[in-house]
Design a protein around this ligand. Structure first.
Ligand code: G1P
Length: 295
């Protein structure tokens, strides 16, 4: 089955406890990296990969994520009257023309596999779809992380998971994949384990939150039951599904940031700011001062 990837699912129902109290009233996915919220980077990455329908899986109380993607005519007319054309263009580009936002509700925190399952009504079973975890940012000077996965999907027709080599002592924080090269030169995933202890991990290839999945996986997700941490794990669903339907690895190009952690979020803010021409020189000068103080 080789279909264009038109839909992306964003599981954004989590509580964001690691960022409390910042996330008491503001969803984690609306925290900014430089001047855009995490979720906007994720949507831009999906648009760059050819996706035209964004499905946000939210929990009750996190509906403000959707406000970010709704048109605000009052704000737009103020910017227009004030001649702030560049800002107006940036606000209008939040959800580009022809791109739709849809909502699914996850009313119980039963795990990532369950969150994806909640999007089932939004994704046709005969299409491949993307899953993006907005916490995982990938700074890729090229086409963007999801576009890298879509290219592998187009070449193989199969499912695809984004991977990166991680420190072997950290396997218990990731889904871990074992990979073998096929005769045609693709990298097929042969086993997947969610958060194994280092001595049980089949490799040090960790799952980054980017997936292209076959729409038929929902039937599997509906039946797998609890896995690691007592949650319904996406990794377990893919592991079972890939027995009959091949899933391929996409070693990601670019730098990955774990924006689910404070340190990852800080690093992302610095590195993304260094990509902005109007910020780079002063930020570098400041970092130089900081290093002088600590060095
Ligand atoms: C989830 C997945 C895990 C993956 C990780 C990437 O875990 O279950 O397989 O490696 O995202 O960020 P979480 O970080 O939500 O515990």
């Amino acid at each position: 089955m080789n279909s264009p990837v038109r839909k992306a699912v964003f599981p954004v129902a989590g509580l964001g406890t690691r960022f409390l109290p910042a996330t008491k009233a503001v969803p984690k996915e609306l925290l900014p990296v430089v001047d855009r919220p995490l979720i906007q980077y994720a949507v831009e990455e999906a648009v760059a990969a050819g996706v035209d329908t964004m499905v946000f899986v939210v929990s009750p109380g996190k509906e403000s994520i959707l406000d970010h993607f709704r048109r605000d005519e009052g704000l737009e007319s103020k910017l227009e009257q004030g001649g702030k054309d560049a800002l107006l263009a940036r606000v209008r580009a939040i959800l580009p023309e022809g791109v739709r936002a849809e909502v699914a509700i996850q009313d119980q925190p039963l795990g990532l596999g369950h969150a994806v399952l909640c999007a089932r009504e939004h994704v046709p079973a005969d299409e491949h779809f993307a899953v993006i975890l907005p916490d995982d940012m990938v700074l890729d000077p090229g086409r963007g992380a999801l576009a890298q996965l879509v290219a592998v999907h187009e070449a193989t027709g199969g499912g695809v998971i984004g991977l990166e080599a991680i420190d072997p002592s950290l396997t218990a924080s990731y889904g871990i994949a074992e990979v073998e090269e096929t005769p045609s030169g693709h990298r097929r995933i042969t086993s997947l384990v969610e958060k194994p202890a280092p001595e049980e991990a089949p490799s040090n290839l960790g799952i980054v939150g980017r997936y292209v999945l076959d729409g038929r996986i929902f039937d599997t997700l509906a039946t797998i039951g609890e896995g690691a941490g007592g949650e319904i794990q996406l990794t377990d669903g893919i592991a079972r599904f890939m027995g009959d339907h091949p899933v391929y690895a996409c070693p990601l190009e670019g730098v990955r940031y774990d924006c689910g952690s404070r340190l990852g979020m800080l690093k992302a803010n610095i590195d993304y700011a260094l990509e902005v021409d109007s910020l780079r020189d002063e930020l570098l000068a400041h970092l130089g001062h900081v290093l002088g103080r600590t060095g």
